[in-house]
Write a protein that binds this ligand. Sequence first.
Ligand SMILES: Cc1cc2nc3c(=O)[nH]c(=O)nc-3n(C[C@H](O)[C@H](O)[C@H](O)COP(=O)(O)OP(=O)(O)OC[C@H]3O[C@@H](n4cnc5c(N)ncnc54)[C@H](O)[C@@H]3O)c2cc1C
Length: 389
Amino acid sequence: MYTTSTPVIVVGAGPVGLATALLLRARGLAATVLEAAAETAPRPGSRAIFLHRQSLATLAAADPVLGAELVGNGLVWGARRTSFAGRDVHHRAYIPLPADRAPFSSLPQPVMEELLRAACRRAGVELCWETPVTGVTTSPDGVQVRTPDTVFGAAYAVGCDGARSAVRRAIGVRLHGPRSPHAFLVLDLADDAAHPLPRERAFHYRDPRMAGRNVLTVPFRGGLRVDVQCRPDDDPDVLGGAAADWLPALLPDGHACSVTWSSHYRFQQVVADRLTDAYGRVLLAGEAGHLFAPFGARGLNSGIADAAAATAAVATGDVAGYARARHRAAVLNRGAAGRALTHLTAPTPWHRAAQRLAAAAAPRSGRAGRWLDSAPYGPRDAGIPGSRY
Ligand SMILES: Cc1cc2nc3c(=O)[nH]c(=O)nc-3n(C[C@H](O)[C@H](O)[C@H](O)COP(=O)(O)OP(=O)(O)OC[C@H]3O[C@@H](n4cnc5c(N)ncnc54)[C@H](O)[C@@H]3O)c2cc1C
């Protein structure tokens, strides 16, 4: 067994681990990333597409080239539309802004990760592929991170190893919270140049083209995300397998309907009971510490806020402050995503009646239309000082 030592180990080369390593380098700190998968392993699709301005600014401050690439490789959809049972209840178009003031960027997560990897290489991050972490031991002086061949000694380790985090398990931390009772089917479709889609995000309550299911469509650079809320009696595998039968009704006539990725989820709404170990030597960030339903795009965006706070904590030694502030943020983010999820699943007759009444009032009441338009994404502000996430 080989032993080596380094100031900070980052576990996981997902987007949060890569962002953490990059932000460490921007502070002049060395960073070594240990990733279980091979460098060429395919990354899962149907995950994040929406990077908020705050995340773009955090990453651009560390590497302006990366900031420009994330905007240049994404798109800003120019309008949002909400419909209810076949009738439009809200539409809003935005005035286009120059790239340096982009309010967000919509691009597939594998493309974000490719750009982050390139930025890490430019910054001199040491990336160790096919290096799964199998154990972590902490003491008041530091942390030992074990892989099959090597024990890495470090002052700190940041666990960014995702939902099934080995780091989280090793420090005896658990996730707590509910899981959505409804399944959601998420498809990514490739653009069809001959049949371009409107560049607008559209949410359709009780869409008659989908036998009354809720349907969200979000454009990203190179394609379209289609998110269908399954009914309790749906088998999402069967619904996904029959996509060729129902997709054409949602798209312009003749669209190729080419599905590049299909997944289904029951979204977890869970937060770790703490984001550090007993000695303040391990910090959990991103999905190692929390998982939210994606409505409101709080997953990766809050992971990047974690990464920024974790690197500041490693630089100052205030790990307890990190754990407190980001745990509170995770609880608030979960609450905000939970409000969106409750609105979407409308669990009581009261919720369903409120949506029906708002849809009936929308032609006369802008307020009713705006509520139907914004509620599926949760509150804009989760109440976290200085951060939207
Ligand atoms: C349908 C859907 C839509 C979403 N949309 C958005 C959105 O628009 N905006 C947004 O902000 N978020 C969104 N999210 C959430 C976003 O995808 C996640 O928050 C994000 O991927 C979390 O990144 P991460 O780096 O924490 O974890 P991961 O992406 O899971 O990366 C973890 C990494 O750790 C590695 N690893 C695991 N175990 C080990 C080990 N033992 N040793 C070493 N390495 C290990 C894994 O191989 C992986 O590379 C969405 C999620 C879903 C499901």
